[in-house]
Design a protein around this ligand. Structure first.
Ligand SMILES: *Cc1c(COP(=O)(O)O)cnc(C)c1O
Length: 356
């Protein structure tokens, strides 16, 4: 059986050594020593100023909206995982969908301005499948209209733009460390910012607004990451370079075989190599369904990331043509550390048989 992804599990002996330390210290959560160590190592590895680890990627987004005091309307992409939009609605913000570019699959910056109203407070783009957005153009528009920018960077762990972390752009970038993501902590996420002020606010917000045992400085929530999750993160981080490189080779192998048969995402020319997903777009939904069914007969389980388009799913009255079209035609192929090149050959043979 070949699933679309498999979580990476580090050597159990290594994980056990961390668990022993948790038992010795008796500290299970509340910014314990392992979490502090993980945040420090992540900031160093990613090349960013502040990494605040949280319980998951959805809470990372919700806390980001609160920290930047968003209100009214937020311009976002309909081509993403449900959480990008559902977190806005959960926080009583109105998602305003702006269509994507048909090649990059990211928010089309040339369409943003027409969606800006007096109620717009922010832009929430996604580096979809890790592909960097047009970050400079987006910042120009945000500056012109005094809007905040939050990047949902759940797919962009370790991605560089012009040689530096893409997570440095915007007021905040958020990460997800869910088990299915490239880097994981079982469940988890992080808020990334270059601003000391925003980082301070975020630390308060994720801990009930409490700043010391006898001071409550306002309203907050509980979005803390625990020590067992941090321990997993420390283990996975040791191997992340190796995992990324092997996945890059697999993506190359897929591209070599399939680029004449299906359409691949156009990667930003200033981006580093991506290693999160293998999305391919077919001519139409019928072809996609044929391929998917043929793969499933062979016990290969690709996933329709991202279907349905979020403007359709959340019943927006403004529909985005490119996103709706792409979401019907796109399939993510299996990609994980232990996938074999013979598996990729097998997947190719099945697809090739249909698309001949
Ligand atoms: C996974 C994901 C999230 C949510 O992260 P969780 O850790 O699962 O809450 C948000 N946005 C995108 C684009 C994602 O892929």
């Amino acid at each position: 059986m070949i699933p679309v992804t498999k979580p990476y599990l580090p050597p159990i002996e290594k994980y056990k050594q961390y668990i022993d330390r948790i038992y010795e210290s008796g500290i299970l959560t509340n910014r314990g020593p392992l979490l502090r160590g993980l945040e420090e190592r992540l900031a160093d590895y990613l090349g960013v100023k502040h990494v605040v680890c949280v319980a998951n990627g959805s809470l990372a987004l919700q806390v980001a909206y609160k920290a930047l005091k968003l209100k009214g309307e937020v311009i976002t992409t309909p081509f993403s995982f449900a959480a990008t939009t559902s977190t806005l609605l959960w926080e009583s913000l109105k998602p305003v969908f702006c269509d994507i570019d048909a090649e990059s699959f990211n928010l089309d910056p040339e369409l943003i301005e027409q969606h800006i109203t007096f109620d717009t407070s922010a832009i929430l783009p996604v580096h979809v499948f890790g592909n960097p957005c047009e970050v400079e153009r987006i910042q120009e528009i945000a500056d012109k209209y005094k809007l905040k920018v939050i990047y949902d960077a759940a797919h962009a762990f370790g991605v560089k733009y012009k040689g530096e972390s893409v997570l440095k752009y915007g007021d905040i970038s958020t990460l997800s460390f869910h088990a299915t993501k490239l880097f994981h902590t079982l469940e988890g996420g992080a808020i990334i910012t270059e601003s000391d002020d925003i980082a301070g606010k975020v630390r308060k917000l994720i801990n009930f607004g409490i700043t010391d045992p006898e001071t409550i400085e306002g309203v907050g929530t509980n979005a803390k990451m625990n020590e067992f999750e941090a321990a997993m993160g420390l283990c996975v981080l040791d191997d992340i370079e190796k995992i990324s490189l092997s996945r890059q080779k697999m993506i190359e192998a897929y591209k070599e075989k399939l680029s004449s048969k299906a359409k691949f995402q156009k990667i930003n020319e200033y981006s580093s190599e991506l290693s999160s997903y293998v999305p391919i777009a077919f001519e139409n939904e019928e072809k996609l369904l044929e391929v998917k069914q043929a793969l499933e007969i062979e016990r290969v389980y690709p996933r329709r990331y991202f279907y349905p388009s979020l403007d359709v799913a959340y019943l927006s009255n403004e529909l985005s043509t490119n996103s709706i079209s792409l979401s019907k035609r796109i399939l993510c192929l299996p990609l994980y550390h232990s996938l074999k090149s013979s598996d990729i050959d097998r997947i190719y043979d099945v697809i090739n048989n249909i698309l001949l």
